[in-house]
Design a protein around this ligand. Structure first.
Ligand code: HEC
Ligand code: HEC
Length: 289
């Protein structure tokens, strides 16, 4: 085949000697600019391996001389964002919570931070609009188990309710049937009495019997007027706003088996600035006292 090597008469380029059906392959060299570009990229890539993170190892990777990492950049940016708000942050932790509202800039900083911190940390239980669900209180209304002033909300968020924090809020709804404090028919009567406080339709005799049971067993926590006592986290039973549910079966279950839902403590998990932001955000939702 080498005998066939010849110059192509139009381009002046050598042929490779390959020929198929009279079509000859030309041995056109790579253009110079292309070759130099390729050499440059090879040199560049070697330089890149040396200075930048490049090769995966079994448990680690080559870090490169510049020590760059996108995580490091993010950390710097976060630190810069914290720095940019250092004045607001300092104001928020030193001010009395109840005074923050009178300082528009700090208050605005608290609300916007509180809103996003709420979405991340609280919405799983309280709902994205803080509307709550059975066993998880609505935080928009003015029906508070533990109190709706900024200081009370702050305490609730910081220490939790029946949480593992030593300063947690505590309060028990006893299990009157399981712990043999009341008989089934007494529970039935007292459930009717509880229902009668916010709606009609119960038998008058059952309500009268239930009232006696109530005064003896329940008033100490829920109050004689059944409007609830915040020191025990005992809900108002007269307002037709139900925490666990206001149908008779749910009320009978609440009284029979007790209730003790847990709200986690956030001290130690979130910093004080964030807890204060969330406090003011929750307080601003409409039910704040
Ligand atoms: C694991 C579920 C859960 C998470 C997460 C949670 N909570 Fe709660 N929260 C509860 C429960 C349950 C209660 C009611 C406790 C009780 O029975 O008294 C409650 C009660 C509250 C109360 C008291 C309401 C009242 O009527 O007094 C406030 C305020 C509150 N939560 C705010 C928050 C904030 C702010 C966050 C986010 C940092 C949060 N919660 C995260 C479950 C949760
Ligand atoms: C030791 C205090 C205590 C006593 C006594 C007590 N309760 Fe409660 N009760 C509570 C607390 C605290 C809660 C809220 C439980 C929670 O947050 O998980 C509650 C919740 C309830 C609820 C749920 C309300 C809702 O909105 O879903 C009902 C109903 C109720 N109690 C009725 C009674 C009745 C009836 C009695 C008497 C037979 C009684 N309680 C006695 C503390 C008490």
């Amino acid at each position: 085949m080498s005998d066939n090597i010849e110059k192509d008469e139009f381009s002046g380029t050598q042929t490779t000697g390959h020929e198929w059906d009279g079509i000859k392959e030309l041995d056109t060299p790579m253009p110079r600019w292309w070759l130099w570009t390729m050499y440059a990229t090879i040199i560049w890539s070697i330089g890149y391996w040396v200075v930048m993170p490049a090769w995966p190892l079994v448990t680690d990777y080559t870090k490169g001389m510049f020590g760059y990492s996108s995580r490091g950049v993010l950390e710097q940016e976060l630190a810069a964002a914290v720095d940019a708000h250092s004045v607001d942050r300092a104001a928020l932790v030193t001010m009395e919570l109840s005074n923050v509202k009178s300082d528009p800039q700090t208050y605005q900083f608290a609300l916007s931070g509180g809103k996003s911190a709420f979405a991340v940390n609280c919405s799983q239980c309280h709902g994205s609009g803080a509307q709550g669900a059975a066993g998880f209180p609505n935080l928009n209304d003015d029906d508070w188990l533990w109190g709706g002033s900024v200081d009370q909300i702050y305490e609730t968020i910081k220490y939790g309710i029946r949480s593992d924090h030593e300063d947690t809020r505590v309060g028990d709804m006893p299990a009157f049937l399981d712990d043999e404090l009341l008989e089934k028919d007494q529970i039935n009567d007292v459930a009717d009495y509880v229902l009668s406080l916010s709606q009609s339709g119960q038998s008058a005799e059952a309500v009268a019997r239930g009232k006696e049971v109530y005064m003896e067993n329940c008033a100490s926590c829920h109050g004689e007027n059944a409007k609830g006592l915040r020191e025990f986290g005992a809900p108002n039973l007269t307002d037709a706003i139900w925490f666990y549910g206001g149908d008779k079966a749910t009320i009978v279950r609440t009284i029979s088996k007790g209730r003790a839902n847990v709200m986690p403590a956030w001290e130690g998990r979130l910093d004080d600035v964030t807890i204060r932001q969330m406090t003011l955000f929750v307080h601003s939702l409409g039910g704040g006292e």
